[in-house]
Design a protein around this ligand. Sequence first.
Ligand code: ATP
Ligand code: MG
Ligand code: FE
Length: 332
Amino acid sequence: PTILAIESSCDETSAAIIKNGKVVNNIIATQSVHKKYGGVVPELASRAHQQNIVPVVKAAMDDAGVTKKDLNAIAFTRGPGLLGALLVGTSFAKSMAMGLNIPLIEVNHMQAHILAHFIDDPKPRFPFLCLTVSGGHTQIVLVHDFLEMEVIGETQDDAVGEAFDKCAKLMDFPYPGGPLIDKYAKEGNPLAYVFPDTEMQGLNFSFSGIKTAFLYFLRDNKAKDPDFVTKNVNDICASLQHSLVRMLMQKLKRASNETGIKEIAIAGGVSANSGLRAELTNLAGEKGWNVYIPDFQYCTDNAGMIAMAAHYKYLTGHFSPLDVSPEARMKI
Ligand code: ATP
Ligand code: MG
Ligand code: FE
């Protein structure tokens, strides 16, 4: 089958074409309007999606040499995400499926982040564990099959991507600050400063404590030296990143011990982080894990992963009615 997939859950408008299980392209328009506000402004996101969606879909179809009559289904992100943003992709996909009289396929954004692992080789074998780390989620997912997944641990407050971005904002970095922390961290000493871990029960996480600790850390040091951040930015970023990655790895190790599973994947925007990637590669050697790290373009929001999920749903006949509505808090 040839499927057009659309992603519009947050601040990326994206479209992709998948042909017989091969993702042909992955067109992404990242919205820059949010930079000056230090975070995604929902109303502005919806408007930018409305402006971008037609050219982005057209680019994906033209690039793949696909016309409307070649399409067998239209897929879209139903949730979770910003309701107004999701509405743009949902309405567009519905109209197109209705106009062409072909099936409509809803995709869960968090399942799709995980299924991004099936776009390229090597592919994880079932069952595997996936640490999903993004701007809105931090989960350990036990993946039994393509469409059968179980959340066995998750954050009780902030997502780890949110912790990266909020701490970056405290240092006056533009949004999203996660990639900048990563960049400065490469030149810094990860043991220069110590931030306390928040201990959570079982396989759950908490990232609001470290954000508060970081706020006081900056305040106290800036009181002594107003140029504290500028002078020590590399060490600060390296130490913060080290703490966040350590908290993730503690629970991932525990999940692997408890389930006996050594097939380990990471997904979501924060899986682009080089500290996390390096630590995971280390652990692979130490623990005998097979680790799976997605290509950069499939870490943050993209329609390629929506297309991959849609392919499996198409093969198993999981179609949606034309009156389907987006769901901001959709569960896996
Ligand atoms: P969700 O998928 O939970 O709905 P989202 O779609 O906003 O949330 P993604 O687009 O998957 O999240 O990821 C964006 C997040 O990834 C941001 O918080 C961003 O700072 C973070 N991020 C991206 N690259 C890096 C990096 N190299 N290091 C740390 N964080 C990063
Ligand atoms: Mg995003
Ligand atoms: Fe996402």
